[in-house]
Design a protein around this ligand. Structure first.
Ligand SMILES: N[C@@H](CCC(=O)N[C@@H](CS)C(=O)NCC(=O)O)C(=O)O
Length: 265
């Protein structure tokens, strides 16, 4: 189904809401750390026994789907993921996690005052882990339009900051078994999606055994196993093949290059 067709579908079911037809949940995502946050969340909700509406996945290929007029109308930030539910479009992966947590209650997102244990850490992920690990990854693997000398300063800066953030995570894990307490929540999902690929971004978390242990504990969850399988062959979930490394490098390189940076829509 094209983006336009699925938008129409979402609208159609909403119009029928008065007739008590179940509203579907349209998920626009892809095989990337921000994309997997949502596919993991959906699988975790299933694991939690939550009753979900009909869910339709639409893969956003970062070769250009994010820049089409239809996608931009939903997500003017032109990034994945995006969801459409009940006539509402939600952008930003962490806002989507919160939305799903509130709409489909489970232990993944407290609905009482304890949600304030979780929300600040979702913001922390969005404002720190994502951008810093994303930049570290870009300079480590993707950027081809800068030489080693030009890359040295941002590499050091984002590398140091990434390690500092890992030590913040370690501090939290010294006090309880998950990021925000003894309960696994959406904040763990959001943060884990970036930390788990520490080898790809070359951020050495191995000096923090508690963090390594948390990476393994989260990875062992059946919902996580299924969620990170979105868009990836089963035997490449934890280790990219040579071909996939090349494919990610090429795709990442063209997204990360200065040539690709637009200053306007
Ligand atoms: N803050 C956004 C970041 C989303 C983001 O950067 N998504 C990447 C994939 S992981 C993307 O769509 N990149 C495409 C591009 O930059 O053109 C969120 O959390 O949703």
């Amino acid at each position: 189904m094209t983006v336009a067709q699925s938008c129409m579908k979402a609208k159609f079911v909403c119009i029928q809401e008065n007739l008590e037809v179940e509203v579907s949940l349209e998920i626009y995502t892809g095989a990337t750390p921000n994309g997997w946050k949502i596919t993991i969340m959906m699988e975790e909700l299933k694991e939690a026994g939550v009753k979900l509406p009909e869910v339709n996945y639409h893969t956003v290929s970062l070769g250009g789907d994010q820049f089409t007029d239809e996608y931009t109308a939903m997500n003017p930030n032109q990034k994945l993921p995006t969801i459409v539910h009940d006539g509402r479009v939600i952008i930003e992966s962490c806002a989507i996690l919160q939305y799903l947590g509130e709409k489909f209650p489970s232990s993944l997102f407290p609905t009482d005052d304890r949600r304030w244990d979780v929300i600040p850490w979702l913001y922390w992920q969005a404002a720190n882990i994502g951008p810093v690990f994303g930049n570290k990854l870009s300079y480590t693997r993707y950027i081809t339009d800068a030489n080693e000398e030009q890359k040295a300063h941002p590499m050091e800066r984002f590398g140091k900051e990434a390690l500092r953030l890992v030590s913040v995570l370690d501090y939290q894990l010294a006090r309880h078994s998950y990021l925000t307490g003894d309960q696994y929540t959406v904040a763990d999902i959001a943060t884990w999606c970036w930390i788990r690929s520490y080898k790809w971004s070359k951020v050495d978390i191995t000096t923090k055994p508690r963090v390594v242990d948390w990476v393994h504990r989260v990875r062992a969850r059946p919902g996580v196993e299924r969620g990170i399988g979105y868009g990836v062959p089963k035997d490449e979930i934890d280790k990219f093949s040579k071909e996939r490394r090349e494919q990610y490098k090429k795709g990442g390189g063209s997204i990360a290059s200065n040539e690709a940076l637009k200053s306007d829509l």
